[in-house]
Design a protein around this ligand. Structure first.
Ligand code: UT7
Length: 325
């Protein structure tokens, strides 16, 4: 059987220049490097300069992904940008990025699923490629969470960072088996009953302000490991892969303890887990493409590898994707 598969043909990422260490944060709120490292695994994060925005970070990441893929603006006919921190309420940050890159064909829109945004964006782009609505998509995760943090709240401000990552996905013909390159399975979930456990206390239609991030960290933590393992088990069931037979696990980077807990539950050797939370902090929708690009750049993820992606975040939303690189 011949099928269309969405194959990742290039990756890129971009981080602001400014690094903020745990020790620096300890001069602003009552915290310590020891507490942050022990509870989260985070050692530092990157914070955008005033002139940097989600669109500017996204554009740089996208440029690098397009260069790695060997494509130009004329080759792209879809831009899906996952973000919870758009430059403006509207238009979509994706159209700003589209214009900056000189892309004039096809559609560009934002995807809002907070930390799961990249999984939702990749799945949307894959669906559009497989149904013939697009041929070559730029899928971006980009955030400037520093703009929505309450810098006086030590329970949240130490956790997040800014950054952007991108992939180019192209429709190619496959045989319909697990040996094909491209997205092999996707599983998306949302449960709005948990919306108040991780949210921003403002918005265009409610307060007319941007608002600040609020989180019941312990509640999110408790939900995360179970949700993540459930949705990965769905991906294993759909494909026949398991913890042993995948090559790489690239989870959302929120907390090292969540990552290690879910890897253990799923029987995934820690040597196969890509971890960047120590360097990047939690960059929400940008965390997976940033981690993917790090592992591609250092030669871990190679063509033909089976890569498991997973995220969980505000909503709650969560999801998994398995891609043969
Ligand atoms: O990306 C979307 C998904 N988000 C997540 O996955 C985040 C999930 N949650 C977590 O990662 C963890 O719950 C946190 C890292 C946020 C917190 O770790 P925890 O082990 O759940 O700590 P806790 O909230 O139970 O707080 C323990 C103590 C508290 O003090 P008391 O009440 O025991 O006296 C906090 O007030 O640590 C205190 N605390 C801090 N101490 C120093 C909270 N934040 C800090 C801090 N520095 N920054």
């Amino acid at each position: 059987m011949t099928v269309t598969r969405s194959v990742v043909i290039g990756t890129g990422s971009h981080l602001p220049a400014r690094v903020v260490t745990n020790d620096e944060l300890a001069t602003r709120v009552e915290t310590s490097d020891e507490w942050i490292v022990q509870r989260t695994g985070i050692k530092q994060r990157y914070i955008a300069a005033p002139e940097e925005t989600t669109a500017s970070l996204a554009t740089e990441a996208a440029r690098k992904a397009m260069a790695a893929a060997g494509v130009t603006a004329d080759d792209i006919d879809l831009v899906v940008l996952a973000t919870a921190t758009p430059d403006n309420t509207f238009p979509a940050t994706a159209v700003e990025v589209q214009a900056r890159l000189g892309i004039t064909r096809g559609a560009a829109f934002d995807m809002q699923a907070v930390c799961s945004g990249f999984i939702f964006a990749m799945t949307t782009a894959d669906s559009m490629i497989r149904t013939g609505l697009a041929r070559r998509a730029l899928v971006i995760g980009a955030e400037t969470f520093s703009r929505i943090l309450d810098w006086s709240d030590r329970t949240t401000c130490v956790l997040f960072g800014d950054g952007a990552g991108a992939v180019v996905m192209e429709g190619r013909t496959g045989e319909g088996t697990n040996a094909d390159r491209g997205v092999l399975t996707s599983h998306l979930r949302s449960d709005g009953r948990h919306k108040e456990k991780l949210y921003v206390d403002g918005g265009a239609s409610s307060t007319g302000t941007v608002g600040h991030l609020r989180m019941e960290g312990r509640e999110v933590f408790k939900f995360a490991v179970g949700a993540v393992t459930d949705v990965i088990e769905d991906a294993f069931l759909a494909t026949g892969f398991d913890g042993d037979s995948i090559d790489w696990f690239v989870p959302h980077q929120a907390n090292r303890r969540i990552i290690e807990g879910s890897a253990k539950k799923l029987g995934i050797d820690l040597a196969k887990v890509v971890i960047t939370v120590d360097r990047h902090g939690n960059t929400s929708a940008a965390s997976i493409p940033l981690a993917i690009d790090a592992a591609v750049a250092d030669g871990r993820i190679r063509e033909g590898d089976v890569v498991l992606l997973e995220a969980m975040g505000g909503g709650f939303t969560w999801g998994s994707v398995i891609v043969r690189w």
